[in-house]
Design a protein around this ligand. Sequence first.
Ligand code: 13P
Ligand code: 13P
Ligand code: MG
Ligand code: MG
Ligand code: MG
Length: 381
Amino acid sequence: MRLTLSVIKADIGSVGGHTKPSTRMMAAVEGEVAKAICDGLLIDGFVSHTGDDIAIIMTHTRGEGSSEVHQLAWKAFLAATSVAKTSGLYGAGQDLLVDAPSGNVRGAGPGVAELSFDHSLSGTRPAESFMVFAADKCGPGAYNLPLYLAFADPMYCAGLMLPPMIKGFRFHVIDMDNTAGDSVIELDAPADGYHIAALLRDNERFGIDRIVSRTHGEVAVAISAQRLHAIAGKYTGKDDPVAIVRNQGIFPAPEEIVSPFAKAHFVGGDARGSHVMPLMPVPINTPVTGMYCLPIVSCTGFSIDKDGRFSESFTDFFDNPAWDEVRRRAQRKAIEMRSQGWSGAAMLPYSELEYGGFRDTVSSLLKRFQMRKERKPEAAE
Ligand code: 13P
Ligand code: 13P
Ligand code: MG
Ligand code: MG
Ligand code: MG
């Protein structure tokens, strides 16, 4: 069977400020997903939230970009938006940027990551397992560094030295500033590793769109690499990307995939989407309530049975005391960075801030600049 894994996520409202969706909002999304499973549109579905973003993880056989599957997600988000509006929640419907997208919701606000594979539980994939990363309060390139390290650097993934992976992986890198459509370059690691790094270092413009095994041609990773402000033309919240990562066998093992997240690397995001702050790994369904508004990321793991259904339980990777150490490191890094307030590297460059209200503040001041008149030398006594 040709199985498609779709993860579609959106921020459609939250309780007490931009912290988390309400229980009734979650129930509204879960209700729509349960109906779609009952009607045979989906094989399976799982709903969780990371901060104020709700992610729907789905298996089905309709292929990537299926209008039925995308419309189901849109309908579920509309149902939750209506709950959010009735309850007076903050940012109700925030990520639903168009009125009624026809078909595919990519480019309409929700984040979409999808990949497909032949699901036979034989050959190179005697078992199918995957992880889903979901982030909040951060920019679209948040996975650039950790997934580069997991799929291109044997210092993080020793499995790259083994026969199934030694030919490396092909990175599809997308230029998220190109609003004319999806503009993608394909580069092979390890041969083009430095070229890949030269692009991925810019988390705000370039993102990993997918990663494909060079030996097996199988897609390992799909990411919702898109920029909300490129769609809306203004700041409407942070991008808060999701990623699907298949693991084990011909792909890195889970620990090789999560270990780069131990860095708590700095990303663009945090309060008003304007700061440079560390990415803190957290369990799923964690609200954003820290003393800043730290970028957070969750990671759930699933197996898939022969019929395309998820295992009856899932793994919450960052819900483990091992990650407490990283969370403390993230908090320490955050305190250091924020002690610098608004100065220089502590906030995003103006090119990013110009999508928000900072543009208005600075442009009104720019109008008041004047060329200084030539100063006459002081007359000699
Ligand atoms: P297990 O013996 O628990 O299967 O672990 C082996 C392994 O290879 C871990 O990556
Ligand atoms: P969200 O995208 O999660 O709404 O967050 C954006 C923000 O501006 C945080 O202050
Ligand atoms: Mg929000
Ligand atoms: Mg959010
Ligand atoms: Mg957002």
